[in-house]
Design a binder for this molecule. Structure first.
Ligand SMILES: Nc1ncnc2c1ncn2[C@@H]1O[C@H](COP(=O)(O)OP(=O)(O)O)[C@@H](O)[C@H]1O
Ligand SMILES: [Mg+2]
Length: 237
């Protein structure tokens, strides 16, 4: 599947009756790279989970191009090509690396596993190890590799760099940049490492208390520290 455009309008959602995100509207063109920034607790994870159909939606529309997927179930969204790598890195701890990867194959032949190993040589070395034996960085690679095996046309990444060593962060960001340059996937990246997120993205959205508080180009944020401090509060790092 080629990269797909995402169009969100008036999205309101939360957990049961509790509303967390309010009136969110944005669009990402096919092959686009959107960074979503914001302090902790502002609703970034809830937004991604809502795009995947994992929260209670109170209103609004989610579209892939002209196609309205608002009422589709999570499994149907995954089949339509939305790949989600949650903040919690949902790997199976008591399956091996290879068994974990097989769960991401969907209809594809086992030979496709080589793609994952080519992207993440470290996973090939650890193919017989259990998920729980992996380091945080390896678990993140496994979670991402499993999702990528499904060939998503839209990829949602929730703080993939959290807790990883800088050298692993460099590797993962280089991989994401290569994927994006291939034009086969649209990427929404939620990230607290602002500088890396700005280097990667072609547009930026900042969230505050469940709403969009700023949108613009990465350079506009990079060149204005006061703006970053006001919006994100942690400074560039
Ligand atoms: N499962 C849940 N049930 C109820 N409230 C939740 C749940 N998950 C998150 N929240 C609340 O939603 C708000 C936004 O959280 P979250 O989307 O995780 O923010 P972020 O990812 O920006 O840190 C927070 O106030 C958080 O306490
Ligand atoms: Mg979060």
């Amino acid at each position: 599947m080629p990269a797909a455009p995402l169009e969100i309008s008036g999205l309101c959602a939360g957990y049961g009756p509790t509303r967390i995100i309010e009136d969110i509207s944005f669009a990402v063109k096919a092959g686009g790279r959107l960074a979503v920034l914001g302090r902790n607790g502002m609703g970034k994870t809830t937004l991604l989970a809502t795009l995947m159909g994992l929260t209670t939606r109170h209103g609004g529309r989610i579209g892939i191009g002209d196609e309205d997927i608002t009422s589709r179930r999570t499994s149907a969204r995954a089949e339509r090509g939305i790949g989600y790598v949650p903040q919690t890195r949902d790997i199976f701890p008591s399956l091996t690396v290879e068994e974990n990867l097989r769960t991401g194959l969907k209809e594809r032949p086992p030979s496709a596993l080589d793609e994952a190993y080519a992207m993440f040589p470290r996973l090939r070395e650890r193919r017989g190890n259990y998920g729980k034996q992996l380091s945080g960085g390896e678990q993140q690679m496994l979670s991402m590799a499993r999702t990528l095996l499904g060939k998503p046309s839209i990829l949602l990444l929730d703080e993939p760099l959290e807790g990883l060593a800088p050298v692993i962060c460099d590797e993962l960001m280089a991989l994401l940049t290569r994927l994006a340059a291939g034009g086969e996937v649209t990427i929404i990246l939620v990230e607290q490492q602002i500088e890396r997120a700005l280097d990667f993205a072609d547009s930026v959205m900042v969230m505050e208390r469940g709403r969009i508080s700023w949108t613009g180009a990465p350079d506009a944020l990079r060149s204005d520290r006061a703006l970053v401090d006001r919006l994100v509060g942690v400074g560039i790092h």
